[in-house]
Design a protein around this ligand. Structure first.
Ligand code: NAP
Length: 405
């Protein structure tokens, strides 16, 4: 759907259209896992390798009860676009296991992860396919992936997975990279989107997990005022402005943001409709749909979640002249630092946080400006402009020499 919309503004070669019409490889595996009570359970796992036109497949592994091959395939296509928008030397892939990780013990999760790697090992590898974390997985699981793969191939191979713990070859700056990256993208685009300075801008953020909390902290440091925050239990609001550190401490102690002193409780739906300058969906997909898009009052939507805006909502926001900074650009900081981790592992180096975040800032500022220029040239929205940049880069990898008939 998004590809069709993007190709309306960016002509692509017939060869690229064919190459992107289906993933290069889809793997479906059964993973038998010995449970703590001695029983044997079988879980279904997937890895979709969508495109290697720009480099080894790159994309997270999701552990979720709703994960299935269709979702993983769509996410693998998205990763192809995201890596191309970011201009990193990676292709697109994604993985998933249909499981609720909260229902497994730590040992069961370890056996599941090692079993998944044993099934996938022939198609993984630093130059082939490099998984990273996603919903329901974390640094520990990435460390297990690298460890199991290393055992199978008989040598330490940390570059086979990213998002690992620091003492297992992880990169400085990886945990904050998506949130801080969103701030870098926003700051690069801001002069084009509004005449106001950060200190004159108010922000509401839906989702206060890894991405939302690091973004909130970094926006406050730049002078923005956060007037609303939310988690799965609901939202909080105050015109006076929130301190993200205090909100995080409160959430850790009380299990949710609700009742944070000096704020009013509001629903997640109302949070998106607050009168503010910037609204940030940083939780789940499909947060902004045709039923609430017309009620958005913010002038800018910064998409930190993957797929938070439906295509119908996109059209409504475009007509309302609301700028949507698309996920493939706004949340690309995570995959960029994952790529830096891969590069450090391959070169046996360990970069400082200053170096990692300095490189990330430079890259995202450059690519955000690139997407902005493309949107003005094509007179289109930032999402189609980002796809246009990605498709052009993918097309450039194809051999254009005339074929003999
Ligand atoms: P996370 O740490 O699990 O945090 C998710 C947050 O969203 C939590 O605060 C959660 O609330 C909240 N939430 C869950 N359901 C909600 C609902 N219905 N309404 C409002 N809030 C809800 O996940 P994350 O890593 O921050 O990822 C957030 C989004 O960013 C996802 O779409 C992910 O795919 C995307 N993303 C993440 C990265 C990355 O590097 N982490 C990179 C690119 C994209 P509770 O705290 O109450 O559970």
């Amino acid at each position: 759907m998004q590809l069709t919309r993007a190709t309306a503004v960016q002509k692509i070669s017939d060869d690229l259209r064919v190459r992107l019409s289906a993933p290069e490889r889809e793997v479906k595996v059964s993973i038998p896992v010995r449970m703590d009570d001695g029983s044997l359970k079988v879980f279904e796992g997937y890895r979709v390798q969508y495109s290697s036109l720009r480099g080894p497949y790159k994309g997270g592994v999701r552990y979720h009860p709703d994960a299935d091959i269709n979702e993983v395939r769509a996410l693998a296509f998205w990763m192809t676009m995201k890596c191309a928008v970011a201009g990193i030397p990676m292709g697109g892939g994604k993985g998933g296991v249909t499981v609720d990780p909260k229902e497994l013990s730590i040992k069961e999760l370890e056996r599941l992860t090692r079993g998944f790697v044993r099934k996938l090992a022939p198609v993984l590898g630093p130059q082939r396919d490099v998984p990273g974390p996603d919903v329901g997985t974390n640094a520990t699981i990435m460390g297990l992936i690298a460890d199991e793969y290393s055992k199978i191939v008989g040598k330490a191979t940390p570059a086979v997975a990213t998002g690992k713990p620091l003492d297992q070859g992880g990169s400085e700056g990886r945990s904050e990279s998506t949130g801080i990256g969103g701030m870098y993208v926003l700051m690069a685009l801001l002069p084009h989107l509004t005449r106001k300075k950060p200190s004159q801008l108010t922000v509401a953020i839906q989702g206060f997990g890894n991405v939302g909390s690091f973004l909130a902290r970094n926006l406050v440091a730049e002078g923005f005022k956060i007037i609303g925050l939310s988690d799965s239990k609901g939202g909080i609001y105050t015109e006076k402005g929130l301190d993200p550190d205090a909100a995080e401490t409160y959430k850790k102690k009380n299990g949710s943001l609700e009742g944070f002193p000096g704020t009013k409780n509001i629903s997640n739906e109302k949070l998106l409709e607050l009168t503010c300058d910037i609204v940030v969906p940083a939780a789940l997909e499909n947060a902004i749909t045709k039923s609430n898009a017309a009620k958005i009052k913010a002038h800018i939507v910064l998409e930190m979640a993957n797929g938070p805006t439906t295509t119908e909502a996109d059209d409504i926001l475009f007509k309302k002249e609301i700028h949507v900074v698309p996920d493939v650009l706004a949340n690309a900081g995570g995959v960029v630092v994952s790529t830096y981790e891969w590069e450090q592992n391959l070169k046996n180096e360990h970069w400082t946080e200053k170096k990692v975040l300095g490189k990330l800032r430079k890259l995202l500022e450059r690519e955000a400006k690139n997407v902005w220029k493309r949107s003005t040239k094509l007179k289109t929205d930032l999402r189609r402009a980002a796809f246009s940049v990605a498709l052009e880069r993918l097309d450039a990898t194809l051999d254009k020499t005339p074929k003999k008939r």
